[in-house]
Design a protein around this ligand. Structure first.
Ligand SMILES: NC(=O)c1ccc[n+]([C@@H]2O[C@H](COP(=O)([O-])OP(=O)(O)OC[C@H]3O[C@@H](n4cnc5c(N)ncnc54)[C@H](OP(=O)(O)O)[C@@H]3O)[C@@H](O)[C@H]2O)c1
Length: 254
């Protein structure tokens, strides 16, 4: 019997070992976009309309370490609205320790900001995104979005940035993050944003959790886009948990 290369049992891995397994490239001179998704074995990205129903303890562990390694968490407004997104609550000592090791994190232990992409600035200023966050969220939006909405978000503590006229291209989005010095990008979806970024060849890697379940219904897959295209990926590792959860890391082939 042959062992599968790079297949690792998750149980027993320390936080430091996990951080090493998921560390971003050491020298980044441009944003590196990592997407993180969960799906059922049969490819559903949601159960009951949300990703939450798919989660497992192993997924939660990796979800948190990915947040701790990131400079910014990028998310589409559809996901923010559907999942009532709040700010990231990462572990301050771990963020400091990652910073000290040169792996990301933050010198003062602060969490990464959530950056929401929204053409229309349709995010509620009273939502958890603004009320349950220790660092101001970034609202990356357009000149065409109603001024009043942008002002209300600014008044609620968000940092509103116009990065396009009626939409924000992936290129303009990444340029904006780069200008802010946010190069370790963690994109948490949703499928429309991921599909658009993939189609623009703007995704460097995918971390995918396969939850040990089948989900009935017509749940969508993790990427949605108008066209059929292929992006070849190379497998970096597979983590296995005893409950059947499989966590894979895929990096774009160059
Ligand atoms: N399985 C998973 O891991 C996972 C992860 C994330 C989400 N989800 C699920 O996916 C669903 C939501 O995903 P979704 O695909 O419907 O929405 P989404 O990708 O999160 O967000 C789409 C929205 O992003 C904004 N947007 C996208 N492209 C843009 C551009 N070029 N310029 C400006 N704004 C842009 C628009 O916001 P405006 O409409 O505000 O203009 C658009 O409506 C939820 O059910 C959620 O639970 C699953």
């Amino acid at each position: 019997m042959q062992r599968i290369r790079n297949a690792i049992q998750l149980t027993g891995l320390s936080q430091g070992e996990l951080a090493d397994l998921y560390s971003y490239p050491a020298q980044l001179d441009a944003p590196w976009v990592r997407a993180n998704f969960i799906s059922s074995i049969d490819g559903a990205a949601t159960s009951g309309g949300l990703s939450e129903g798919l989660g497992t303890p192993a997924d939660k562990t990796v979800f948190l370490i990915l947040r701790e390694l990131a400079d910014v968490i990028l998310v589409g407004a559809g996901t923010v609205r559907a999942e009532n997104y709040g700010g990231a609550h990462t572990d301050p000592p771990r963020r400091r320790s990652l910073y000290d090791r040169g792996l990301g994190g933050e010198r003062d232990g602060a969490p990464p900001p959530i950056a929401v992409l929204t053409a229309s600035a349709s995010v509620e200023p009273g939502s958890r995104l603004c009320t349950d966050a220790t660092v101001p969220p970034l609202i990356i939006t357009t000149a065409a979005a109603p001024q009043e909405r942008k002002q209300r978000l600014t008044d609620a503590g968000a940092r509103v940035i116009e990065a396009g006229d009626i939409a924000v291209t992936p290129k303009a989005l990444l340029r904006t993050l780069d200008e802010l010095g946010l190069r370790r990008v963690l994109c948490e979806g949703g499928p429309h944003l991921f599909g658009e970024m993939l189609e623009a060849d703007a995704v460097d890697e995918l971390c995918l959790t396969t939850a040990p379940m089948l989900v009935g219904g017509a749940g969508r897959r993790i990427s949605l886009s108008a066209h059929d295209f292929r992006t070849l990926m190379a497998r970096k590792h597979i983590l296995l948990d005893d409950d059947g959860t499989v966590l894979t890391r895929w990096v774009r082939r160059r």
